[in-house]
Design a protein around this ligand. Structure first.
Ligand code: ADP
Length: 194
C-alpha cells in the first residue's frame, strides 16, 4: 500500500521513512532529497532551486511535480509500494499526485511549533543545510507549512492518519506501526464482511 508522509519541517518524516524502509520493502521517494540533489548537480534549475529552498520557501509546483513524475517513470518491482516523504505540500500537488499513483494512506506527523524550532536548530548543527541554519528561516518554513500545506488535510480527509510526532524516534515509530497495522486490520475486516 502506497504511503505518503507529511508534517511540518522537522516533524520527523525522514526519520520515520528511514525506519519504515529498514523494516519493509518500500520504494522511498523524498521530495526534499530530490530538490537537494538537483541543487548539488549545479544545473541551472539546481541554482534556481537552491535560492528558493535555502530561503525556506516552497519551490513552484511545476518543478517538484516534474521531478516526482520522473521518479514514478522509473521501473519498480511488481507489488512494491511507494513511500513518499514531503510531497504533496500544496493542494495543486495533491491533485497531481492523484493522477500519478493511488494514495490510500496519508500519515501526518504532528509536532508543536516549539519542537519544530528546537529540532531544526539542532539538525542545523550537523546537517549543513542552510535552511536549518537560523531561526528566521525555520520560522519562514513553518509559516509556509501552515499557509500552504496544512490546508491539504481537508483534501485527504478520508486517508489521513494523524500521529503524535513528539518524543523519541522510537516512540513515534511505534505509534506509526501500531496505527498502520490497526488500519490494515480494519480494511481486512471490511473485506472479510463483503
Ligand atoms: P522539511 O520538511 O524539514 O522542511 P525537506 O527535506 O522535506 O525538509 O524539504 C526541504 C525543503 O525543500 C523545503 O523547505 C522546501 O523548500 C522544499 N520542498 C520539499 N518538498 C517540497 C514540495 N513538495 N513542494 C515544494 N517545495 C518542497
Amino acid at each position: 500500500m502506497n504511503i505518503v508522509i507529511l508534517g511540518g519541517p522537522g516533524s520527523g518524516k525522514g526519520t520515520i521513512c528511514e525506519k519504515l524502509v529498514g523494516d519493509f520493502d518500500y520504494r522511498l521517494i523524498c521530495a526534499g532529497d530530490l530538490l537537494r540533489n538537483e541543487k548539488s548537480s549545479g544545473s541551472k534549475l539546481g541554482n534556481q532551486i537552491a535560492e528558493i529552498i535555502d530561503a525556506g520557501n516552497l519551490v513552484p509546483d511545476k518543478i517538484i511535480t516534474t521531478l516526482m513524475f520522473h521518479e514514478f517513470q522509473k521501473p519498480i518491482k511488481l507489488g512494491k509500494s511507494y513511500l513518499i516523504d514531503g510531497y504533496p505540500r500544496t493542494e495543486k500537488q495533491a491533485i497531481s499526485l492523484d493522477g500519478m499513483i493511488n494514495v490510500p494512506i496519508v500519515l501526518w506527523l504532528e509536532v508543536s511549533d516549539e519542537t519544530t524550532i528546537k529540532r531544526n536548530l539542532k539538525r542545523g548543527l550537523v546537517s549543513g543545510r542552510p535552511d536549518d541554519a537560523n531561526e528566521e528561516i525555520i520560522r519562514q518554513r513553518l509559516e509556509n507549512y501552515k499557509k500552504s500545506s496544512l490546508p491539504i488535510k481537508k483534501y485527504y480527509e478520508k486517508q489521513i492518519v494523524e500521529i503524535d510526532g513528539e518524543g523519541t524516534p522510537e516512540e513515534v515509530y511505534k505509534r506509526v506501526i501500531d496505527t498502520l497495522f490497526e488500519d490494515v486490520k480494519e480494511l481486512k475486516d471490511i473485506a472479510d464482511i463483503l
